[in-house]
Design a protein around this ligand. Structure first.
Ligand code: HEM
Length: 129
């Protein structure tokens, strides 16, 4: 039977998306250890920041005022990131989205993830910004 998934509509949906994404990230052989061993992410702090970030990115709520470039520049100094890391990150993000949601907002979020990821890589790998 063909069951339509719903689109992302609320903060609850974003929380489910972000938590499910990091469940995949944490155990991923390509990027998992960057989060768990190198950056030693404090999930209780990081998750709410990411809820705000994605809520702002999808619904323009103004809930995120941080600077993601800074975090990744610091991380890149500690552990040089590669295009393979970014492509895996985007793959896991799209996979998580497609498992849970479908619709205009779901498509928008995946596109935004790719464009932010592209800009991050341009800045990191070209030494600018
Ligand atoms: C290779 C890919 C990536 C890796 C390994 C990575 C890793 C990390 C790590 C370790 C942090 C810091 C967590 C902490 O506070 O302890 C972080 C923060 C963050 N990342 Fe990424 N990231 C990647 C790609 C991306 C992409 C593509 C986006 C956006 C689409 C993104 C959005 C963010 C945001 C918004 C924060 C929070 C920054 C803040 O504290 O305000 N990341 N990331």
């Amino acid at each position: 039977m063909l069951v339509m998934k719903k689109d992302i509509e609320s903060r609850d949906d974003i929380e489910l998306l972000v938590k499910s994404f990091y469940e995949k990230v944490k155990i991923d052989p390509v990027i998992g250890s960057i989060f768990t061993d190198i950056a030693r992410v404090n999930w209780e702090k990081h998750l709410p920041v990411m809820f705000d970030f994605w809520e702002n990115t999808i619904f323009y709520t103004g809930s995120y005022l941080g600077n993601p470039m800074k975090s990744h520049q610091n991380l890149n100094k500690l552990f040089p990131l590669t295009k393979e890391h970014f492509s895996r990150w985007n793959q896991l993000f799209a996979l998580t989205m497609d498992e849970l949601f479908e619709g205009d907002k779901a498509v928008l979020a995946k596109q935004r993830a790719i464009s932010i990821s592209t800009v991050m890589q341009l800045k990191l790998f070209n030494g600018a910004g």
